[in-house]
Design a protein around this ligand. Structure first.
Ligand code: IPM
Ligand code: MN
Length: 353
């Protein structure tokens, strides 16, 4: 297979986790006989530092022309005081919109060997396997008007029927291939957007006889995600609630550094770890590359329809973890020595077959 893959390392730990992910991509290409054209482009704070806007035209065009886009992270404290337009994060929001990737898939499962790894009781988290389906290019992230005059500030949460419908379809289809349960998250006791959300999701759900639909308020859902995470299969939510709940899912499975994501619905997909740029640990080669490497697996599966290649990458991650490979975020037992991010990547690459 020939495919063009745009890499956007971005800020903070982005470049280190993307260099790990690139090694995995290249090794998949070699082992499975594919020809991947891989090129890196500037985004976020890296672009701003080089005198460009956060999403340079060259980067946008390269992503629109690519078969798949793999991003590290954006976010740089040096630009924290700027307006929205001058912030690194704007690049990601513009890119998601330009690609039309309205559905963000964030799977969260407990890998074998990591049941004891987190803040939660092992029996509570062993077997957790959920998929958060987050609406990605609507809601309060994008609603107009928005503004801040220093005395008051405001944002607009808006959802249209068709925006809700199309992401709900993705959730129900995914649930049909999984355990057949969709938990739709909203705040319908307070918000109009949530009342429309609930009505539209219910209507879409009527077409999926094999899938059960339940509704949860976001506050109650966040409690249940911590207290009984195994009950969740597919969690469907709007943009803001999905952002928050997916970080919580990171804690449940042992580390946010493990979580991958796939943003789909446009021509080319955008694949990125759920974690941010983590500036406090950047450049030390301690960041966990698994979120980025598992995003490569999602890129192969959802972006290039390369299913056996995706399985091989996930199998390699699983085997490295079950054989005890640990980056520092996964170490809870003092007798275990943490390996570097690049050593973890090496362990995973060596297990791809
Ligand atoms: C994420 C991130 C982004 C988001 C930021 C960096 C804009 O937190 O992908 O979860 O809020 O969507
Ligand atoms: Mn987030």
């Amino acid at each position: 297979m020939n495919a063009t893959i745009a890499l956007l390392p971005g800020d903070g730990i982005g470049p280190e986790v993307i260099s790990a992910a690139e090694r995995v991509l290249r090794s998949v290409a070699t082992r499975f006989g594919h020809d991947f054209t891989i090129a890196s482009h500037l985004i976020g704070g890296m672009a701003l530092r080089a005198g460009h806007p956060p999403l340079p035209n060259e980067t946008r065009e390269a992503c629109l022309a690519a078969d798949a886009v793999l991003l590290g992270a954006v976010g740089d404290p040096a630009f924290d005081t700027g307006s929205s337009e001058g912030r690194p994060e704007t690049a990601l929001l513009q890119l998601r919109q330009a690609l039309g990737v309205f559905a963000n898939l964030r799977p969260a499962r407990v890998w074998p060997g990591l049941e004891n790894g987190g803040a939660f009781k092992p029996e509570r988290v062993a077997g957790v396997d959920m998929l958060i389906v987050r609406e990605l290019i609507g809601g309060i992230y994008y609603g107009e008007p928005r503004g801040n005059d220093g005395q008051s500030a405001f944002n607009t949460m808006r959802y249209t029927r068709s925006e809700i419908e199309r992401v709900a379809e993705v959730a129900f289809q995914s649930a049909g291939d999984r355990r057949g349960l969709v938990t739709s998250v909203d705040k319908a006791n307070v918000l109009e957007t949530s009342r429309l959300w609930r009505e539209v999701v219910t209507t879409v759900g009527e077409r999926y006889a094999n899938v059960t639909l339940e509704h949860q308020y976001v506050d109650s859902c966040s409690l249940l995600l911590a207290s009984s995470p195994k009950q969740f299969d597919v969690v469907l939510s709007g943009n803001l609630f999905g952002d928050i709940l997916s970080d919580e899912a990171g804690a449940v499975v042992g580390s946010l550094g493990l979580l991958p994501s796939a943003s789909i619905g446009g021509r080319a997909g955008l694949f990125e770890p759920v974690h941010g740029s983590a500036p406090s640990i950047a450049g030390q080669n301690i960041a966990n590359p698994i979120g980025a490497i598992a995003s490569v697996a999602m890129l192969l599966r959802h972006g290039l329809q390369a299913v056996k290649e995706a399985d091989a990458v996930e199998q390699a991650i699983s085997s490295a973890l079950s054989e005890g490979c640990r980056t520092s975020d996964l170490v809870t037992d003092q007798s275990v020595t943490a390996m570097s991010g690049s050593a973890m990547a090496e362990e995973i690459v060596s297990r791809i077959s």
